[in-house]
Design a binder for this molecule. Structure first.
Ligand code: PLP
Length: 361
């Protein structure tokens, strides 16, 4: 069986043991004679799956009691609209930090629902750093402040989160949820598309403080109101049952491997190994400022852009998959989410060294 090191930004690699477990249970889940895909979402067996997934996530992230965990569809992109529909309802004003392509999309969508102010941006330098945000920049009347904690395309990440005082802090954590320890209580709402560190695409996780639920306008479509999902335990309609089951297996895997604390150590080591090599190289370089670097998505460039295609192709021949950079940034990008083992990063660095020796003038 062929398996490769998949450096895709998402959907991305899943732990092999999780996939094997899925394979094992695919035809008959817990001797039921049915696949999880075939189980009623209201059945006892499935209730254990969805509530089990929630509890594991609560334990892993140490989610306080006054937060709801919602399993929703529509991707992180749907949250760009759901958040203002539910939260932009008091002053009708929201403050955003613009750190890249995904922030921009969130801003564009929120503008349809209220007054949006960009309080800090790194657009002046191609989003290669995280701008400083201090509390004086924040409108105390704003309904919320929105940040993208990890910028998947640009390869930047917040190292410290802004102190927003009483103004709720909302975070798109699609590409770094579960990768490092965070204090959930600093956030009012956290959301993430599943397809990087959680499981298959089709599931979106929302962690929301209870006091922010129930304020959407009467005209808000039922499915876009957090209250609907909160009151029904994410079972108002048929949820993405199989994706939630797989997320549960990923949460199990993470718990078995020491939880987020242990995962963070490995993630930091993976990023250190790759960045050490890039920074020491006379051939490869990083466009990202050192104090703003993501440990999940690592873009890098080579002087002769014509070699990009050769790099990606030769890497692929060595089982190092999907290293092409995002079209808006160019060059290469290695996404090294939780399921990427250190050996995968070492194999990439070995290949980069070979490529450098072959091509450096
Ligand atoms: N936000 C970030 C930071 C992302 O990386 C992505 C997708 O890659 C999205 C939002 C959009 O997610 P989705 O495709 O689930 O709508």
């Amino acid at each position: 069986m062929k398996r490769v090191y998949n450096f895709a930004a998402g959907p991305s690699m899943l732990p092999l043991t999780v996939l094997e477990k899925v394979q094992q249970e695919l035809l008959s889940y817990q001797d039921s004679g049915m696949s999880v895909m075939e189980l009623s979402h209201r059945s006892g067996l499935y209730t254990e799956v969805i509530r089990g997934a929630e509890q594991l996530l609560r334990d892993l992230m140490n989610i306080p009691e006054n937060y709801k965990v919602l399993f929703i569809q529509g991707g992180a992109s749907q949250q760009f609209a759901m958040i203002p529909m539910n939260l932009l309802v008091k002053s009708g004003k929201a403050d955003f930090v613009n750190t890249g392509s995904w922030s921009k999309k969130a801003i564009k969508e929120a503008k349809k629902f209220g007054e949006v102010r960009v309080i800090a941006t790194s657009e002046d330098e191609n989003f290669t750093y995280i701008p400083k945000v201090d509390s004086t920049m924040i409108d105390p009347e704003a309904d919320y402040v929105h940040i993208t904690t990890n910028n998947t395309i640009e390869g930047t990440a917040f190292r410290d989160f802004p102190d927003t005082g009483n103004v709720p802090l909302v975070a798109d954590m699609s590409s770094n949820i579960l990768s490092e320890e965070i204090d959930v209580s600093k956030f009012a709402l956290i959301y993430a598309g599943a397809q990087k560190n959680i499981g298959p695409a089709g599931l979106t996780v929302v962690i929301i403080r209870e006091d922010l639920i129930g304020h959407a306008e009467e005209t808000c479509p039922t499915m876009l109101d957090y209250k609907t999902h909160s009151e029904s335990g994410s079972l108002y309609n048929t949820p993405p049952t199989f994706a939630i089951y797989m997320a549960k297996l990923v949460f199990d895997w993470l718990s078995d491997h020491g939880g987020i604390k242990a995962m963070q150590k490995v993630n930091e080591e993976k990023a250190r190994v790759l960045y050490n090599y890039i920074d020491g190289s006379k051939f490869f370089s990083s466009p990202v400022r050192k104090d703003s670097r993501s440990i999940m998505n690592i873009p890098f460039v080579i002087p002769n852009r014509e070699l990009d295609t050769a790099f990606v192709k030769q890497a692929q021949a060595k089982g190092l998959e999907t290293l092409k950079g995002h079209r808006s940034v160019g060059g290469m990008r290695a996404s090294i989410y939780n399921a990427m083992p250190l050996e995968g990063v070492q194999a990439l660095v070995d290949f980069m060294r070979e490529f450098e020796e072959e091509h450096i003038l």
